[in-house]
Design a protein around this ligand. Structure first.
Ligand code: 13P
Ligand code: SF4
Length: 349
């Protein structure tokens, strides 16, 4: 666990991080991308961090890869590349800078590292995990192989490098159905997300899909009854769900897709109101780009994604910590499973 008090003291001694309207003015163009969800006075508390981080990025030859679930001040303020898991994995491969800071959870940093073994990949907080990634180990993969001999293992990228290395191919929420459909096998093992597997089973009816009993602690909270209530409360609302939600929730939705699929759908359809059945920073991050869309619904946060703050990103670049290391024998296997996914996904268009 990061001990934040000494970190805060060293940062305060090195950078001017007090709330500052002058810093807010100097970065007003960034703030306009989140003006609908953040008063300008609040931006004055973030702007000094944004200025310090963006300066340090140049000094350290670093890029920040940010997931769509980052807070608006991280997402718009300091990330060089933003996207869903598939987009971040693909973009990680093209990074020219010496250092990658992963503004996301640990499995994403591992993916960046195995695809870029020569780069220094930094995690602002190593405790930023994922309930799916912690639900299974390589022993679990072997157990599934024993139970279903000969069936290929399709592993969600929300897993450790060790689990990826024990798998045949990876998938993300953006390409899971496509990957499973492309496999020449009647039975396919999908792990660790039982809900993603059940949703893929509906989308690819020709296959028998068997799954591990893992779930996302954020998406499993939504219920079909909640969604029906929202339809009553907001007539005409467009319900847009992530495939980590239970199958009956997905069945109630008008559209299901990865986090970037959801963003694209909102941009394309421009609904009058939208309920994004996913982590709540998503709506905050796109609210200003779609001023005519009324985003409704509860704020359900991923506690792991929310561990990544501007303060910890600044510390990461200041102290060049914490490097993500993957043992060579696991890195090779994990890279192979991720690369197979990227290649197949590209081929299928
Ligand atoms: P995406 O690949 O859709 O961004 O999902 C990652 C994730 O962790 C969702 O909970
Ligand atoms: Fe993991 Fe769920 Fe958080 Fe995504 S939202 S990182 S799947 S716990």
């Amino acid at each position: 666990m990061l001990d934040i008090s000494p970190i805060r003291a060293e940062l305060a001694a090195t950078y001017d991080l007090s709330p500052s309207l002058a810093a807010a003015e100097a970065t007003r163009d960034i703030w306009t991308r989140m003006a609908r969800v953040m008063p300008f006075a609040d931006w004055a508390t973030h702007a000094p961090y944004v200025l310090a981080i963006n300066r340090l990025k140049t000094e350290r030859d670093a890029v920040i890869l940010g997931h769509n679930y980052m807070t608006p001040q991280v997402f718009h303020g300091v990330c060089d590349v933003v996207g869903d898991s598939l987009q971040l994995a693909i973009r990680a491969q093209g990074v020219k800078a010496r250092v990658i800071v992963q503004a996301g959870v640990h499995f994403m940093a591992e993916t960046s590292k195995v695809l870029n073994p020569d780069k220094l990949v930094l995690m602002p907080d190593m405790a930023a995990g994922c309930s799916l990634a912690s639900s299974i180990t390589a022993a679990g993969v072997e157990e599934m192989r024993r139970r279903y001999p000969g069936a290929p293992v399709v592993t969600y990228v929300n897993t450790t490098a060790e689990v990826k290395a024990a798998s045949d191919i990876c998938c993300t929420s953006a390409n899971a159905a496509q990957i499973v459909a492309a496999l020449d096998a009647e039975t396919v093992i999908m792990l660790p997300d039982k809900y993603l597997a059940q949703n893929v089973a509906r989308a690819v009816p020709g296959k028998r899909i068997v799954w591990w009993d893992g779930a996302c602690i954020v998406h499993e909270q939504f219920t079909a009854a909640d969604l029906r209530d929202y339809r009553q409360w907001h007539p005409g609302v467009r319900i847009i769900a992530h495939p980590e939600c239970p199958a009956d929730v997905v069945a109630e939705a008008d559209f299901t897709g990865s986090t970037s699929g959801i963003i694209d759908y909102v941009g394309r359809e421009q609904p009058g109101s939208a309920l994004l059945v996913t982590e709540c920073s998503m709506a905050s991050n796109i609210a200003d780009a779609h001023p005519q869309v009324d985003f409704v619904g509860p704020c359900t946060m991923c506690p792991f994604m929310k561990m990544i703050t501007l303060e910890k990103i600044l510390w990461s670049l200041h102290s060049m910590t914490t490097p993500v290391e993957v043992p060579a024998h696991l890195a090779e296997g994990a890279a192979r499973a991720v690369q197979r996914m990227i290649d197949l996904s590209r081929k299928a268009g």
